[in-house]
Every structure is written in structure tokens, then in C-alpha cells.
Design a protein around this ligand. Sequence first.
Ligand code: ADP
Length: 220
Amino acid sequence: MSLKRCVLLIAAPGSGKSTIAKRIERIYKLTHICSGDLFRAHIANGTDLGKQVEKIMSDGNLVDDDLTMQVLGDSLSKINLKEYDGVLLDGIPRTLNQVELFERQWSAPNLVINVDVPFTEIVNRLSNRLTHLPSGRVYNMDFDPPEVPGIDDVTGEKLQLRSDDKPEAVSNRLDNYELITQPILKHYKDRQLLKVFSGTETNVIWPEIDLFLKKHFKIA
Ligand code: ADP
């Protein structure tokens, strides 16, 4: 089976990726498939696969390529093609071997979008983010603060800085991201499929992505 439309989204944690992904999904009818979410769902449902990957993920390592492709394959085979025109892949492929396996089994992507936000901006943004851990609700102390400082608007419970949002942890995550991502970006750049959008604010970057996709998919 080949996919009618397949777009890859590559962006660092804290770069506004999920906001952009939601908009692309809604406007361009591309179902958003995030590999991290697929694995987390397996863990939450207590599946055998979830048990296999739980420790790998909590240690911050990559899941093995064949298992990753199997999880992706399951998800792709369930897409409702009446509702969606294709897929927006997020977090996958993450190794050159996954790139090859994916292309062999499905297709080359039509397009690869890289959202490139300076790392200093991301560290700043995430260290200003407070989370209500039980629900995952997030606030930004600069531009989206809670009504009462340090307190969740909905439950009245305390907000916290996630341990992986602390500046040292964020720097580590970003270094890892860069290491893993560079070869993939180079591969797609060489294939002339890569389009990079740079900037610091999602609301400035988004209209550029939107315009580009409209032209690319020839949507009036
Ligand atoms: P992060 O951006 O912190 O890596 P994700 O939600 O994208 O968060 O992924 C969470 C974890 O899921 C990864 O650390 C890794 O263990 C696993 N994972 C996600 N996608 C892949 C992939 N394409 N290949 C291998 N492991 C993956």
C-alpha cells in the first residue's frame, strides 16, 4: 500500500511541534501519528509490547527499529481513508534504518517539514513552563500564567516544573535530538524533500507553513 499524502514533521521538544501538528491535521486532513504517543498508549494499556518498551523509554533510549516499524504499521493500517487524505508522521523515522524500512514498506514522504527554533529559546521557554502533573495541563509564566501563581486553575492543586523541563535536562534532550536528527535531515535535504521553517514564535512560523502547504498541495 502506498500513502496518498505523507508529510514528516521534525522539530525539537519545546519547539511548538504539537500545536503545529494539530493545525496541519485539521486543515490538511492528515492524520497525526506520533510514535511516542503510540508507545505510551501501549504502556498505558499494559500490552506485551508496552511491557517490552517501558524500560527502554524510561531510560531515554530508542526502541528497536523493527518493533517501531511494527507499531507504526499497525497504526497506518487502521487509518480511516474516508476521513483523512494521508498522514503526518511525528517522531518517526528517527534512524536511517527506519527511513529505509519505511520507504521499502510504504513510500517516500512527499515532504519533510523541519521547524527550527533556536535552542536558547527552547530552554528559556521550557524552564518557564509549569505543569499540573496529574492532568498534564501546562502554563507559561510569561505569556499564559495561571490565575493564582503556582496553582492550577481547574483543581487548585500545586503546579510544578517537570524534572525534564529543568535547564540542564532540556539541554541534554536537545543535544540528543540534534545528534539523532542531523543524519535524517541531511538525507531528506539531499533528496530535495526538506523544507526548513526557522523562527522563535509558533504564531509567526505557522502562517509560513500554512502557505507553503497550500501551494504544495495546490489548495486554492
Ligand atoms: P522525545 O521527544 O522526548 O523523544 P517522544 O514522545 O517523541 O519524546 O518519544 C518518547 C520515546 O519513545 C523515545 O524516547 C523513544 O524511547 C521512543 N520512540 C519514539 N519514537 C521512536 C522511534 N521512531 N524510534 C525509536 N524509539 C522511538
